[in-house]
Design a protein around this ligand. Structure first.
Ligand SMILES: [Zn+2]
Length: 367
């Protein structure tokens, strides 16, 4: 595939307005790219109408399976007039491709898809199988990853690479900070509810009590999940919808901050990502990124939840990492990706995949 063709695939993805919905349009487009290869096993896994996850499996089914994952949804563009480059235009200026999702994370998604397409195109023999796990609803609660995990699509993974926009000079081995993020909500919700001062002659005032906070497992392990439960009783002067809207607006506002991912009434039992910076896949990704990109890759923890937290509920015992092309403009106006970073990401994944299979092969021989 030429660099121009790779860029066109990313532009086509940016043109699809998969804003917290319509991921099926992305899934159908990606599936069409794999359609010429009968050896690719293509499955659409529905979450809701218009919201299909996509699973594509290639390679040697007798060997270990490596998952490559990316979400197909993007956050809203906000005030489109504030953008210098239209959010769904995919315009290229001075080596940067602009658009919602250019960084988070249609460039990463395109890069892992192209990695698989090039293996197919070139007939590259693979010692194991590669499974694309393209998800819906990551930005609003990892619904797609939950659906795929529940349906068993992660049960045979030996490793998972999530192409979130870490930048290729960072490999993320854990999610953390769930309690800190939750406390931001806790600190904000009290004053917010205190605004509602009307009282009802029979029922009294609006009741709001935080009754339960839970999260974490032990003192030296960073929790990926925390929960807060509050009891609220509304009065006729303040119908439930007013309170729902208020709480949702607060959650939306807090979620604009990097690494914060709060959800209302979503109590799925996410596991904490174990997070071992010495895990072979973490070390391998660092070494290959250092070599391919000629930079020093940092091994870091992340500030927020991601699809990995869901996939790790699967039966298999594997390491999940996040590494992918990105810029610091995710979720912002004039989001962009440097085209050089995007093309370099493809070269990185194409090197990492066979190296991973070689690493797994060696460790199973030692046992
Ligand atoms: Zn993302």
């Amino acid at each position: 595939m030429t660099p121009q063709q790779k860029i066109e695939i990313l532009q086509t993805l940016i043109h699809i307005k998969s804003v917290n919905a319509h991921e099926t349009d992305v899934a159908d487009y990606l599936a069409s790219l794999f359609a010429p290869y009968p050896q690719a096993q293509i499955e659409k896994v529905p979450f809701a109408p218009g919201r299909d996850n996509l699973v594509v499996t290639i390679g040697n089914p007798a060997g270990p399976q490596l998952g490559l994952s990316g979400h197909m949804d993007v956050v809203a563009a906000g005030d489109e007039t504030a953008w210098t480059h239209p959010p769904f235009g995919g315009e290229i200026v001075d080596g940067r491709l602009f658009g919602r999702g250019a960084s988070d994370m249609k460039s990463g998604l395109a890069a892992i898809v192209i990695t698989m397409l090039e293996f197919l195109e070139q007939g590259t023999p693979l010692a194991g199988s590669l499974r694309l796990l393209a998800t819906v609803g990551e930005e609003t609660g990892e619904y797609g990853a939950a659906t795929l995990t529940d349906a068993g699509y992660a049960d045979h993974l030996a490793g998972l690479i999530i192409a979130e926009p870490s930048g290729l000079d960072q490999v993320v081995y854990t999610a953390r900070g769930a309690i800190d993020n939750l406390m931001e909500f806790y600190n904000a919700v009290g004053p917010l509810m205190a605004k509602y001062t009307k009282t009802d002659p029979v029922l009294g005032g609006l009741l709001h009590n935080v009754d339960l906070i839970s999260g974490g497992e032990q003192v030296n392990s960073i929790p990926a999940h925390a929960e807060l439960m509050a009891n609220m009783r509304t009065i006729p002067a303040y119908p439930n919808q007013i309170i729902y809207d208020e709480l949702e607006a607060l959650i939306d506002r807090l979620n604009q901050e990097p690494g914060v991912q709060l959800e209302l009434s979503y109590s799925y039992p996410e596991e904490a990502i174990p997070g071992d910076p010495q895990a072979p896949l973490v070390q391998l990704a660092k070494q290959i990124s250092d070599d391919v990109c000629q930079h020093e890759t940092q091994i870091v923890g992340s500030g927020g939840a991601n699809d990995g937290a869901e996939f790790l509920r699967a039966k298999a015992d594997f390491t999940s990492i996040e590494i992918g092309p990105g810029s610091d403009t995710s979720h912002q106006v004039d989001e962009y990706i440097e085209l050089d970073d995007y093309l370099q990401a493809i070269a990185f994944y194409e090197t990492l995949v066979p190296a991973f299979f070689a690493q797994i092969g060696q460790s199973s021989k030692r046992q």
